[in-house]
Design a protein around this ligand. Sequence first.
Ligand code: ATP
Ligand code: MG
Ligand code: FE
Length: 350
Amino acid sequence: PLVLGIETSCDETGVGIVRGTTLLADAVASSVDTHARFGGVVPEIASRAHLEAMVPTIERALKEAGVSGRDLDGIAVTAGPGLAGALLVGVSAAKAYAYALNKPLYGVNHLASHICVDQLEHGPLPEPTMALLVSGGHSSLLLAPDITNDVRPLGATIDDAAGEAFDKIARVLDLGFPGGPVIDRLAREGDPAAIAFPRGLTGSRDPAYDFSFSGLKTSVARWIEAKRAAGEEVPVRDVAASFQEAVVDVLTRKAIRACKDEGVDHLMIGGGVAANSRLRALAEERCERAGIRLRVPRPKLCTDNGAMVAALGAEMVARNRPASDLELSADSSLPVTETHVPGVHTHDHD
Ligand code: ATP
Ligand code: MG
Ligand code: FE
């Protein structure tokens, strides 16, 4: 199926077009530079930027894919979770195009999309898929027997998300926003063993699949403060490398444990933090040792984009999942177990 996907859950206006598991177009307009001045995403600015970028980005994607709206088998859109006002822009646009073109509409879950996007890179997902989803708003271990219909949370962060920790530490180090990419870059020239930062929730009596990064964040901030108070220079590269190591050590350890416990021999890593080069390298190393096949999409498909939404939409069409109706609304806290939002008045669009 040929599906167009729209993503506006945060600060990226993404429009992707796929045919089945083949990527045809991935157009992304980001307002991240505007937010950088404020040190974080400003919801009102994000909504307005989506509004301005929406139609041009849809047109750019159609042109890139070399298809016309009439050819589409469906239009998918992120229904949640995310920023309410931002989501609303994408949902409204998707409804308008679905109505005008008379195509089925699929409101899908952003987190399930972050997993499903890997089909565009590595072909159909194995079932079940074990997924480690790490982004600015989420850090979860998910078991997905069926990405269109059955996603089960095994564990999640009890405080900060992994990406949020990267962003906060970058702020303490005056590295700007978003913090992930710059910490990743600086860490390559630092020593990951220079400072022993804490590994949250790794005690024998701690929950096996939950994460905690706020203690780590506090510990790193205190360490930096102490250096500054002593009038010493902060070894930014070593701090970045040691902090990053603490995060990716826990993430990979717990993900592999979950695979072993559940008898799953594949691990998928998705979300913006999956773009992290050290996470990718350590996961590769540990998975190989554990006999687990690792699947991580290329960095551009890990951060928010429209192709991931189209990928999940195409799977919905392929599996005959019920479409959403034109009353579809955005749900800023859509639970991960709700992979899509079927219409109340479900009918066959064919
Ligand atoms: P959501 O949490 O709803 O999925 P999001 O806004 O977090 O959405 P993503 O694009 O999935 O959007 O992830 C962005 C996060 O990923 C930011 O916190 C950013 O710092 C982090 N990130 C991006 N690249 C890297 C990297 N190379 N290393 C570590 N973190 C990264
Ligand atoms: Mg983003
Ligand atoms: Fe995301």
